[in-house]
Design a protein around this ligand. Structure first.
Ligand SMILES: [Zn+2]
Ligand SMILES: [Zn+2]
Length: 134
C-alpha cells in the first residue's frame, strides 16, 4: 500500500488533529497544530507508522519513511487507533473510570456501544468455556 501525504493528513484529520507535515530527505516531520492532545498525537503517529517514529517533543515527531515502507506499521500493539491512549495513559471518565481494551487497538472510550457489546459477549464466552474446563 502506498501512502501519500494527503492520506496521512486525512487520517489525522479524521481523528480530530490538524497537523503540518514536512518531508525532509527520507523522513517526515509531523507537527501538532490543533486537536485533542499533542501528547496523544505522538502515540497515534506511532500506531500509524510503527516504531519508525522518533518523538522529538510533545506534538512533534519524525518518521523514518524508508523503514516505514519496508516494515509497515503492523508491529505496534497497545495503542488505541482512535485516540492514541495506552496502558499507562488511559482515558478517564468520572462515571465509567479508566478505559479498557475492547480490541487489541481500540479502547472502551472510543468504541461504539455495538463494538463494546460485542467485546463483552466475547468475554462471556471465554468465561463460560473456562468454567466448562475446570
Ligand atoms: Zn481510545
Ligand atoms: Zn482510552
Amino acid at each position: 500500500m502506498r501512502v501519500t501525504i494527503n492520506d496521512i493528513k486525512k487520517h489525522f484529520k479524521n481523528l480530530g488533529y490538524k497537523i503540518s507535515l514536512k518531508l525532509h530527505h527520507k523522513s517526515l516531520l509531523i507537527q501538532y497544530k490543533d486537536g485533542p492532545d499533542p501528547h496523544r498525537l505522538n502515540n497515534l503517529a506511532t500506531y500509524f507508522f510503527g516504531y519508525n517514529t522518533r518523538v522529538i517533543n510533545e506534538g512533534c515527531c519524525i518518521v523514518i519513511l524508508k523503514k516505514f515502507i519496508e516494515i509497515g506499521h503492523k508491529e505496534v500493539k497497545g495503542i488505541c487507533n482512535r485516540c492514541g491512549c495506552q496502558e499507562h495513559d488511559a482515558c478517564y471518565d468520572e462515571q465509567t473510570g479508566s478505559c479498557w481494551w475492547v480490541e487489541e487497538d481500540l479502547c472502551s472510550a472510543c468504541a461504539t456501544p455495538a463494538e463494546k457489546e460485542q467485546a463483552i459477549e466475547a468475554m462471556k464466552e471465554v468465561n463460560n468455556n473456562s468454567k466448562l474446563l475446570s
